[in-house]
Each structure stands twice: as structure tokens, then as C-alpha cells.
Design a protein around this ligand. Structure first.
Ligand SMILES: Cc1cc2nc3c(=O)[nH]c(=O)nc-3n(C[C@H](O)[C@H](O)[C@H](O)COP(=O)(O)OP(=O)(O)OC[C@H]3O[C@@H](n4cnc5c(N)ncnc54)[C@H](O)[C@@H]3O)c2cc1C
Length: 503
């Protein structure tokens, strides 16, 4: 620790966001990086506490936060980069999108503001690219063994890089038209610009990794073919199936899964053509996002950038508390109220609200107008609990969402009588999480056992029920985080390497 009293001398500073009125006009990165001197001061705040929960408890990758902070403070950026890469293949991804579990468990966070580990991580990686220190690291000797990785998200990419560097011949098979999984199609460009993925893919190609897109394993290629042609298989197929909602009017035009909008948006930014009848266009529309999580917030930010008239995010659960509750002490991840950058751009958030019905064109004007509309598109009253007075046309386009307020008791809820209300909605985005691979052709074709949730079942060594077939990332854990997927990919690669070495 180069500066023992750094945490006493300097306060926590994190990167500012570009002003709202500027950033909503484009899809570029929203954070303004700290300058080098400010960053050095932030690095000096790490107090080398002796029991660094940040790396031993918080960060799934075990990032060496005290060591890289010290190196940054001393100005030894190359050492910081080497320390970073010793635990994390893609620190620029986590440096941008990680919720920073390390910061939540920082010892300073006990009664002070945590160190700014996430941003320091990003800048170490960016410095590495700028200085030309991040170069391909091909294996000096090839092993002659082959591995197929199915799915190119952070788990698959991390595993592919690790295995290629061990000298194995690796092919990544991806059903989508571009590599990157949810980093590519999911996380919006304003949180993660896509050239950051391209430069890593280029590095990995030069390390010998082969990428094949538009190949859906289970459909375009059989498990039998893959097992015959590769010595080992690693499944990192994520949780591609969004959770649906079974309410009347679900089939109406204008009701879409969040991922449809988010995927289209990235494609549009690449200049891809989207056929007019498939285009989801929030421009000029009242948008209702169902689901209060991060994917929902990404829909909010995307809709605002696309010029929506209003956007409301609806959550079934009650709003979390502002501060940690007694049962959720440090260094656990704090289950508290969070505001994403998108929420600061002009969004209404409603909590403890049940979505009961989608109404289509033809809704009686009585019901539609009763209670008036707030600027966020919220109209209250006018609906009985069963929605009996408002039998809108269930064909055509969606125009309203029928909701009711909830009273939560423990893990159960009851509807508050007479609390029904309507939200104006020309576009509804379903963002209620993802379900595991229960009926997936991929999993069935390989004949993999699944756990009680439907995720792919693996043993402690990431081995599935089929010899030579491994699995990692969200496909195993259920929907999670980029940092956990990278960690899983790295750990699974170690096991695949061990397996290949024994053949
Ligand atoms: C909208 C959104 C925003 C998110 N934002 C964040 C964030 O800000 N921070 C964060 O830490 N986490 C975030 N997450 C979660 C994070 O992106 C995931 O946890 C992580 O990407 C999982 O990585 P993975 O490699 O396991 O799977 P994925 O990234 O989902 O990749 C799986 C890949 O497998 C491919 N695939 C599936 N089936 C087949 C098949 N049969 N054949 C070939 N390929 C197949 C898919 O097309 C996909 O490309 C977000 C998730 C979403 C959906």
C-alpha cells in the first residue's frame, strides 16, 4: 500500500454521466472517465485492509483489488494490467457493466464510501489497449485436442480464450449472427459499445479461436455430429428463453419481449435492415415496461433514446429499502433501492403492481379516459377488479395495460380492493427475467440431465451427465451476471483442459 492514509485524505469519486439532454440523443457510452490524477487518488483510497473481502468474498473472479490499486497509485499500469488479466479475461466488460460486488464488500463500505474498484478496473484495461500491451497470446505448442464451445457469451468467450492459450483447437458455435451473447445483443450500446467486443474477438482469432455464427446446435448441427468431431464440448448457451406473462390480451400487437427491442436496437446501430413489419419503434409511443430489473431499465434507456412519449416501469415486488436492513449486513450484496442511469432520463417507476390485462383498440372511451392521465401515461380508476367494465377489443394493437396495486405480506400478496388503474400503452415490453433450458432442443439432443429449476446439471467439475460434455455460465446458474459468467467460463476451461489432457 503506497499511501496508508489515502482513504482519510480523499473522498470517493466516481465517473459522472454525460448530461441527460446530451446522452439521450445518442447510444454512445454514458460515463465520463476520471482523469489519471483523479484515478490515482481513488486507487490511494484502498487501505489494504488485511482481509480484502473485495477479492475473497465480493468478486466472483477474485480480482486482486488491493494489488492493482497499489500498482495504479504507483503509476505502474503494466503491472496493474497483468494483475487484472491474471483473474479476468475481459476487465473492460466488467469495468463497464459489473454492479461491482467488490465495492459492496469493500471494508471501507462498513462505515464509509467504498473504493471505486470498478472504474479503476476499466481504466487499467483501456490503458492496456491504448499502450498496445493487450496483444494475442497464442499457445507456443498445439496439443492436437479439439473443443467445441456452444454459445459465445462471456462464459463461452472466457473459456475459449483459456483453452486456446493451453494449445487446444477451439471452435465457438453461435446461433446468432454476431458473437458476444448478451454482451452483444442485450446490454445496450450506451452501457457497452460493441467495438469493445470486436477487438477481443480479433485478439482471440489471432490466438487460434475459430468462430462460426448462424449455427444453432440442436437444429443446424446435431449433438451426435459434435460429439463425433470434437474431443470435448462446453455448453455456454445462457438462458435464451424470456419469461412470459399469461394475461388476457397477451397476443395483441405491440406486446413484445424486451430482448426483441434490445436486439433490434443493436442491429440498427450496426446499420442492419429490419423489415418494416418487424420493426419495434418506441418513437412517439407510451411505453410500458413490465419488470423492474436491469433488463427493464435497459428498455427504458433505449425507449427514451428512440423518442418515446412516456415510459413507465412496472414491478410486482415492493420497492426495496433505501438502506440495508438488519438481515442483510455488510459484506453481503446490499438489497437496496437502486437507480439506473436510464431512470434519471425520465421514467415513472411503479412498485407492488400486478399486471392483469392488456387492452386493445376498441376500448370504451369511458374507461380509457376516466381518472385522467399523468405525464407518465398513468390513468387511475375506471377499472373494476375483474376489468368487467372495460372489455376492450382483444385483437389489434395494445392501447392500455390494466393493473392493480398490491399489499405484500411476507412473500405473499393480495390485491388492494378498488385499486385497479390503467396505463396508456402503445408498446409493452416484457422484462420479467428468463427461464432455464427446460424444453431446449440443445439440451435434449445431448440428453443432459437438468436440475429442479431446469438448468443444466453439472458436478463440481462443470461436467454434465454426459462424459466429455461440460457446461457453464447462465445455462447452469440461471440468469446471473457477466462477472459470474466469465468466472464460470474460466473454471470450466480448467476442467475441460484436465479432461483433454487425460485423453
Ligand atoms: C438485457 C440484459 C442486460 C444485462 N445487463 C447486465 C449488466 O449490466 N451487468 C451484468 O453483469 N450482467 C448483465 N446481464 C446478465 C449477463 O449478460 C448474463 O448473465 C451473461 O451474459 C451470461 O453469460 P453466458 O455466457 O452464460 O450467456 P449469454 O451471454 O446469454 O450467451 C449465450 C449465447 O449462447 C447462444 N446460444 C444459445 N443456444 C444456442 C445453440 N443451440 N446453439 C448455438 N448457440 C446458442 C446464444 O445465442 C447466446 O449468444 C444482462 C442480461 C440481459 C438480458
Amino acid at each position: 500500500m503506497a499511501k496508508p492514509d489515502g482513504f482519510l485524505e480523499y473522498g470517493r469519486v466516481t465517473p459522472a454521466y454525460r448530461p441527460v439532454e446530451e446522452r439521450v440523443m445518442d447510444f454512445r457510452e454514458i460515463e465520463v472517465p476520471l482523469d489519471e490524477e483523479a484515478l490515482r487518488r481513488q486507487a490511494a483510497r484502498c487501505m489494504d485492509c488485511g482481509v480484502p473481502f473485495c477479492h475473497s468474498y465480493g468478486c466472483p473472479l477474485g480480482n486482486l483489488v488491493p494489488d492493482y490499486s497499489d500498482a495504479v497509485y504507483r503509476g505502474d499500469w503494466k503491472e496493474a494490467l497483468d494483475l487484472m488479466h491474471s483473474t479476468n479475461n475481459f476487465p473492460e466488460f466488467t469495468g463497464l457493466v459489473c454492479p461491482a460486488l467488490c465495492e459492496a464488500s469493500c471494508t471501507l463500505a462498513l462505515d464509509e464510501a467504498a473504493t471505486a474498484c470498478r472504474h479503476i478496473e476499466l481504466q487499467i484495461a483501456e490503458k492496456g489497449w491504448e499502450e498496445g500491451w493487450i496483444v494475442p497470446e497464442p499457445a507456443p505448442v498445439k496439443t492436437g485436442r479439439t473443443a467445441a464451445i456452444i454459445g459465445s457469451g462471456p462464459a463461452g468467450l472466457a473459456a475459449a480464450q483459456q483453452l486456446a492459450r493451453k494449445g487446444h483447437s477451439v471452435v465457438v458455435l453461435e446461433k446468432s449472427d454476431r458473437i458476444g451473447g448478451t454482451l452483444q445483443y442485450g446490454i445496450p450500446n450506451y452501457k457497452l459499445e460493441k467495438q469493445l467486443i470486436s477487438r477481443r474477438i480479433s485478439q482471440m482469432e489471432q490466438e487460434g479461436v475459430k468462430f462460426e455464427t448462424d449455427v444453432a446446435v440442436g437444429d443446424d448441427l446435431s449433438a451426435k455430429y459434435i460429439m463425433k468431431n470434437y474431443d470435448a464440448v462446453l455448453i455456454t448457451s445462457g438462458t435464451p428463453k424470456p419469461r412470459d406473462i399469461a394475461v388476457p390480451g397477451r397476443h395483441l400487437k405491440g406486446v413484445h419481449f424486451a430482448m426483441e427491442l434490445l436486439t433490434q436496437q443493436t442491429k440498427l446501430l450496426y446499420g442492419d435492415e429490419i423489415p418494416a413489419d418487424e420493426l419495434i419503434d418506441p418513437c412517439g409511443k407510451h411505453v410500458v415496461v413490465i419488470g423492474g430489473g436491469d433488463t427493464g431499465a435497459d428498455c427504458v434507456g433505449t425507449s427514451i433514446r428512440r423518442g418515446c412519449k412516456s415510459v413507465t416501469q412496472v414491478e410486482l415486488l415492493p420497492a426495496p429499502p433505501e438502506e440495508r436492513e438488519a438481515g442483510n449486513p455488510w459484506p453481503e450484496w446490499p438489497r437496496i433501492f437502486r437507480t439506473a442511469s436510464a431512470h434519471l432520463e425520465g421514467c415513472d417507476r411503479v412498485w407492488s403492481v400486478l399486471t392483469k390485462k392488456f387492452y386493445g383498440e376498441g376500448l370504451s372511451s369511458d374507461g380509457a379516459s376516466s381518472g385522467g392521465s399523468s405525464p407518465g401515461g398513468l390513468s387511475s380508476g375506471g377499472l373494476s377488479s375483474g376489468g368487467a367494465s372495460l372489455e376492450g377489443n382483444e385483437r389489434g394493437r395494445v392501447t392500455k395495460v390494466g393493473c392493480a396495486r398490491l399489499q405484500w405480506e411476507g412473500r405473499g400478496f393480495t390485491e388492494i380492493p378498488g385499486s385497479d388503474f390503467l396505463l396508456d400503452a402503445d408498446l409493452v415490453l416484457l422484462s420479467m427475467g428468463f427461464v432455464p433450458h427446460r424444453e431446449s432442443k440443445l439440451v435434449n439432443d445431448f440428453g443432459l440431465e437438468q436440475d429442479s429449476t431446469g438448468s443444466v446439471q453439472v458436478d463440481d467439475g462443470y461436467h454434465t451427465s454426459v462424459t466429455g460434455v461440460f457446461a457453464a455460465g447462465d445455462a447452469v446458474t440461471g440468469a446471473s451476471l457477466v462477472v459470474r459468467a466469465i468466472n464460470h467460463g474460466r473454471r470450466a476451461a480448467e476442467m475441460v483442459h484436465e479432461y483433454l489432457s487425460g485423453l
